[in-house]
Design a protein around this ligand. Sequence first.
Ligand SMILES: *Cc1c(COP(=O)(O)O)cnc(C)c1O
Length: 409
Amino acid sequence: MIVDRQRVSLKTLPDERGYFGEFGGRYVPETLFGPLLELEEAYGALRDDAAFQSELGDLLREYVGRPTPLTLANRLSDACGGARIWLKREDLAHTGAHKINNALGQALIARAMGKRRLIAETGAGQHGVATATVAALLGMECAVYMGSDDMARQAPNVLRMRLLGADVHPVDAGSRTLKDAINEALRDWATNVRHSHYLLGSALGPHPYPMIVRDLQSVIGREARAQCLAQMGRLPDALIACVGGGSNAIGLFHPFLDDDVEMIGVEAGGEGIDGGRHAARFADPQRGRLGVLHGVRTYVLQDDEGQIALTHSVSAGLDYASVGPEHAHLRALERAHYTYATDDAALAAFQALCRYEGIVPALESSHALAEAMRLAPERSRDEALLVNLSGRGDKDLDTVTSLVQGGAL
Ligand SMILES: *Cc1c(COP(=O)(O)O)cnc(C)c1O
């Protein structure tokens, strides 16, 4: 496919109906159609509003701690041999991951729309914590829906959200995890839309969410691009990011779409693709098929009857059955390439970064790191691989300790 990048920039997507090629759209009940149009219109105005952008920029700098650094992982690169590995340090953002960029931006949009209450879904609790944080900052009410199984598994994050003033609602329906929490959050929004905003946590869901979340997370790629030019004197050769819903990856990729830079998304390979115990929507041609989940047409892991498949990953943040529509499109165009890392590879990368660089990465980010460590020896020393270190790993210490026996620990 020949793309005239001067005229047809991929940056202009989605189209006015919310599609990235054949992916995206707005598959929702009628009650939610009006609220989504209202959000689209409000965001369309705020996007170019100088006062809004200036307040967002100030808070990103003074509250979130941006710009986050770009760090050369020198010892890790030497140990791998070959290409240099650079890290975009989202682990150093307030609350310990990139999720705050989106939560803060959407909370400001909600406030500008006259809403005083935020609704969020959360799986591991990271997005719930980010939303509860910005609600406290801006003096807004906050309701977080969380599967009751997830609440038991992530008790410290439940405590954290409650300390921050959020109402955490257990969801007992279905598999009592993220998918069911999203259903409840949508129900709350449909009932309370006059004064509540649904603060969706990834580049997913019905239009305009994938676009809004991508725009808000693109601060990662904008900073990284400028930092590469300043610190390396050039652009990197490849960008590598883990893909759950896809927000940290699209936030890194988007500002580079018109550049001659390779892009690699890394899904959760779990215990391997064959047994089905994974969350690799693109890597499993049998279970990962085009479908609709939570309002958007994209790749969805499903069984033979089209029911949503159960997923598995050592990292809760990558453990979701569908993937953001913009990634599905970039893959169809072959502009970005998608692969996976298994639980074991992610755990090995986690330990390597601790030992070689003194940085404890999130297990999600360790998937991207695993791919960089696999790729580096195949590439020349002049090449630069830029890994999005989407979060820090303090939340994962119990998981890692229980999984790593003998060996290094
Ligand atoms: C939630 C999370 C992810 C996955 O979400 P994306 O929307 O795909 O970015 C990745 N890393 C960390 C640290 C997370 O908390």
